[in-house]
Design a protein around this ligand. Structure first.
Ligand code: NAD
Length: 389
């Protein structure tokens, strides 16, 4: 992102002009959810409204209930009516769902009636098979990164693209006695269509970034990985501008902490992606900064912060809204192809951090460095970002 004041000014003019000749109506369903959800979604809407005003778009919002809020109002975590409303939208922006799992009465209900069942049902109903989690290290938050300075260098910016509906988590499983010994079996299945559709998404996303795909598998052992590699290579032929490399998952886990700068898009199957995306998010610092998207094979997507409903800080006005605001930027980029508008949000977030504003979760740990920054609450952080669009 450009630092020079004049470059920023010139880009802003170009962006405003491009937006002005590209008017759109965005039909967005919001799921405020539980805990800090309503607080952080309100700030993301504030920023979206500012983008719409500046770039001459209009936005129609509809709210639906999910999770605990829906259990309280409707007796179930997600109603068919809410699903139908979500399906009719262009994209869904979600806060988070769930409560304190030890004390909330929602967790005394049977599993299919608990808050999380609503999210699983929604993902399934919308056929969301591609999960995107960016791992971006802001210069200003370098201190939160557990890696050494010489490894971090000028920072890193990668996108973990995880297949979400196949593989080991959805294969047939059983536990039975075999010759008197208790034995558990899990199966890992992928067909070529499931691999092709996520690979296409991966290459499409790479085309919007630095045009490099690292496909991660275990092709030296698993048949499913050998098929994965074959199909990814076939898809790569349609994207000659994108550089493709293959990496074994054990090596990838090592490379993520040895040299994270080398990665642009990491494309991988369900379980490998589950583990690698947590590893990648850990090296960026705060959970309050991490956005995510789940996409299907249209432009439709569900956008949400990576964190949960944080019941410990709900209602206190101190939650970090940045992950949700950055999820809204992902929504503009991937569901609406509004790249300039998404860039404007990301640049505004960076500017606010450069100016030294921090929510409590990203305050420096060392006493001495706290005086260099200004602590703000949820609403103020949303205002600051919105003002810088
Ligand atoms: P959590 O992510 O809600 O909280 C973990 C820690 O991170 C807490 O200390 C919290 O205060 C902090 N935190 C999280 N988001 C923050 C933010 N935006 N700003 C500042 N601090 C933030 O995880 P948890 O405590 O394990 O789970 C709480 C509830 O959230 C559970 O019911 C869980 O099932 C649910 N959950 C929901 C989602 C989702 O909606 N997709 C994801 C994960 C967890």
């Amino acid at each position: 992102m450009p630092n020079n004041r004049y470059t920023m000014w010139f880009l802003e003019i170009l962006q405003a002009e491009k937006g002005a000749c590209h008017k759109m109506n965005l039909n967005i369903v919001c799921i405020p959810g539980d805990g800090i959800g309503p607080e952080i979604v309100a700030e993301a809407k504030k920023v979206l409204d500012k983008v719409a005003q500046k770039y001459n778009h209009s936005i129609t919002y509809k709210d639906i209930l999910m999770g605990g809020a829906s259990i309280d109002a409707c007796g179930e975590p997600l109603t068919e009516e809410a699903i139908a409303t979500a399906k009719a939208a262009d994209a869904v922006l979600m806060g988070s769902i769930g409560g304190n799992t030890s004390t909330s009465p929602w967790y005394k209900l049977p599993p299919h009636l608990r808050p999380e069942a609503g999210l699983l049902k929604l993902r399934k109903s919308l056929n969301l098979f591609a999960n995107l989690r960016p791992a971006y290290l802001y210069e200003e938050l370098k201190a939160a990164c557990p890696l050494r300075d010489d490894i971090i260098g000028s920072g890193f910016d990668m996108m973990i693209m995880r297949e979400l509906t196949g593989g080991l988590y959805f294969g047939e499983r059983s536990t039975k006695e075999v010759d008197g010994v208790l034995t558990a079996i899990d199966t890992l299945t992928y067909n070529e269509n499931e691999i092709r559709r996520i690979a296409i998404k991966g290459f499409e996303i790479a085309m919007k970034r630095r045009k490099k795909v690292t496909s991660v598998d275990k092709a030296n052992v698993l048949d499913s990985s050998r098929l994965w590699r074959k199909i990814v290579e076939e898809v790569a032929k349609d994207y000659p501008e994108v550089t493709l490399e293959h990496m074994l998952v054990d090596n990838c886990a090592m490379q993520l902490v040895k040299d994270p700068k080398q990665f642009d898009v990491i494309l991988t199957e369900n379980m490998f992606g589950d583990i690698l995306s947590d590893e990648a998010s850990m090296v960026t610092g705060s959970i309050g900064m991490l956005s995510s998207a789940s996409l299907n094979d249209t432009k439709f997507g569900l956008y949400e912060p990576s964190g949960g409903s944080a019941p410990d800080i709900a209602g206190k006005g101190i939650a970090n809204p940045i992950a949700t605001i950055l999820s809204a930027a992902m929504m503009l980029r991937y569901s609406f192809d509004l790249d300039c508008e998404a860039d404007a949000i990301e640049a505004a977030v960076k500017k606010v951090l450069e100016e030294g504003y921090r929510t409590i979760d990203i305050m420096p740990q060392e006493e001495g460095r706290r005086a260099e920054v200004t602590q703000v609450g949820t609403v103020q952080m949303g205002d600051l970002i919105s003002e810088r669009i």
